[in-house]
Design a protein around this ligand. Structure first.
Ligand code: B12
Length: 274
C-alpha cells in the first residue's frame, strides 16, 4: 500500500479527536483570538506594527516602524498605539497559556527593534536638565518598560543613567552617591521583585541619602503598595517620567506633591489616580 493509499485509509476524524481539534475547535491565528481582537488597533500604521510584535517578526517590526516614521507618524504614537498594543496582545496570549517564554523573548526583541528606531527620531537633547538614575529591581530580568522610561527621559533633555536590569540594591545606593540624581526610576514586573523598592528606600535612608522622588512602576506594581513607603511615587506610563522630573526641577516638587497632583502634572486623566 502506497503512502497516499494509507492516508486515505486513515479515519481523519479520529486523528482530529486525538489532537483535541474537535473539542477545542479549529486552530486560529493569534490575531483572531477574541481577546486579542479587542486589544489590537484597527487603523494603520499601528495595526501592522502591533501584528509584527504579535508574530514575533523583528524584521517586519523594524520595516513597519521605519515606514510609519518616514510618513511622519510621531514616535510616541508608534510606541503607544502600535508596539505596546502588540506587546499587550503577547502578554495576554502568554497569560492564556497559548504563548510561551520563547515567544515573549522574540516578541520583546521585535518591540525593542522598533523602540530603538523611535529613539533615533526622538533624539537626545544636548542641554541636560538634570541627572536621573534608572534601574530594574534586583532579581528582575524584565527591562522593556525601563528602556522606554530611559528613552523618554533622554528625549526630554535628562541625563538618564541606565543601570540595566537585575540591579543589586547596593549598586543603586552607590549610583545615588555618585550621581546625586534629581529623580530616580525603578521598574519591577514581578510580585517577588517589587518588594525591592522599600528596600532601596531603607538602604538610602540608612546611608543618610535622600532623593526628591523615586518613580516606581512596572506590571505588578500598584499605587497603594508604592504609597505604603516614603520617598516614592507610583509611575503609570513611561512617558510620564520626564513630566514628573520636570515638576521636580521646575516646581521643586517632591514625592509628596507628585503623589497629590499626579494627573495635573502629567496633563491627563490617569485612572489609577482618580
Ligand atoms: C516580555 C516578558 C518577559 C521577557 C522579558 C524580556 C525583557 N527584555 O524585558 C522574558 C521572556 C525574559 C520573561 C521572563 C520571565 N517572566 Co515574564 N513577562 C513578560 C511579559 C509578557 C511582558 C512584560 C513587558 O515587557 N511589558 C511591556 C512593558 C512596556 O511594560 P512595563 O515594564 O510594565 O512598563 C510599563 C509601565 O509599567 C510603565 N513603567 C515601568 N516602569 C516605570 C517607571 C516609571 C517612573 C514610570 C513613570 C513608568 C514606568 O511604563 C510602561 C508603559 O509605558 C509579562 C506579562 C505582562 N502582562 O506584563 C510577563 C511577566 C511579567 N513575566 C512573568 C514571569 C513569571 C516570568 C518568569 C519568572 C517566567 C519563568 N517561569 O521563568 C521569567 C523570569 C525569569 C527570571 N530570570 O527571573 C510574570 C510575573 C508574574 C508576577 N506577578 O510576578 C508575568 C506577569 C507573566 C504572567 N502573567 O505570569 N518575561
Amino acid at each position: 500500500m502506497s503512502y497516499e493509499e494509507l492516508e486515505n485509509e486513515i479515519d481523519q476524524s479520529f486523528v482530529a479527536v486525538r489532537y483535541n481539534v474537535e473539542i477545542e475547535g479549529p486552530a486560529i491565528k493569534p490575531d483572531e483570538d477574541p481577546d486579542v481582537v479587542n486589544i489590537l488597533p484597527t487603523d494603520e500604521p499601528y495595526r501592522a506594527i502591533a501584528l509584527a510584535v504579535l508574530y514575533e517578526d523583528r524584521d517586519a517590526s523594524l520595516t513597519n516602524v521605519k515606514k510609519a516614521l518616514d510618513e511622519g507618524v510621531s514616535p510616541i504614537d508608534v510606541i503607544n498605539n502600535g508596539l505596546m498594543k502588540g506587546m499587550d496582545a503577547v502578554s495576554l496570549l502568554y497569560t492564556k497559556g497559548f504563548y510561551f517564554l520563547p515567544d515573549l523573548m522574540l516578541a520583546g526583541d521585535g518591540m525593542m527593534e522598533g523602540v530603538k528606531e523611535c529613539e533615533q527620531v526622538l533624539g537626545h537633547k544636548s542641554e541636560t536638565k538634570g541627572t536621573v538614575v534608572s534601574f530594574v529591581a534586583e532579581g528582575d530580568p524584565h527591562d522593556i518598560g525601563k528602556n522606554l522610561v530611559v528613552m523618554f527621559l533622554r528625549a526630554n533633555g535628562y541625563e538618564a543613567i541606565d543601570m540595566g536590569r537585575d540591579v543589586p540594591t547596593a549598586d543603586v545606593v552607590e549610583a545615588v552617591k555618585e550621581h546625586k540624581p534629581i529623580f530616580m526610576t525603578g521598574t519591577a514586573l514581578m510580585t517577588t521583585t517589587m518588594t525591592v523598592f522599600p528596600k532601596v528606600v531603607k538602604a538610602l535612608q540608612k546611608e543618610g541619602l535622600e532623593v526628591p522622588a523615586i518613580g516606581c512602576g512596572g506590571g505588578a506594581v500598584r499605587r497603594d503598595f508604592v504609597e505604603s513607603f516614603p520617598m516614592s511615587v507610583y509611575g503609570v506610563e513611561a512617558y510620564h517620567a520626564p513630566k514628573l522630573a520636570d515638576a521636580i526641577v521646575k516646581d521643586k516638587k517632591t514625592w509628596k506633591g507628585l503623589r497629590k497632583e499626579y494627573s495635573d502634572i502629567v496633563g491627563e486623566f490617569v485612572s489609577e489616580y482618580s
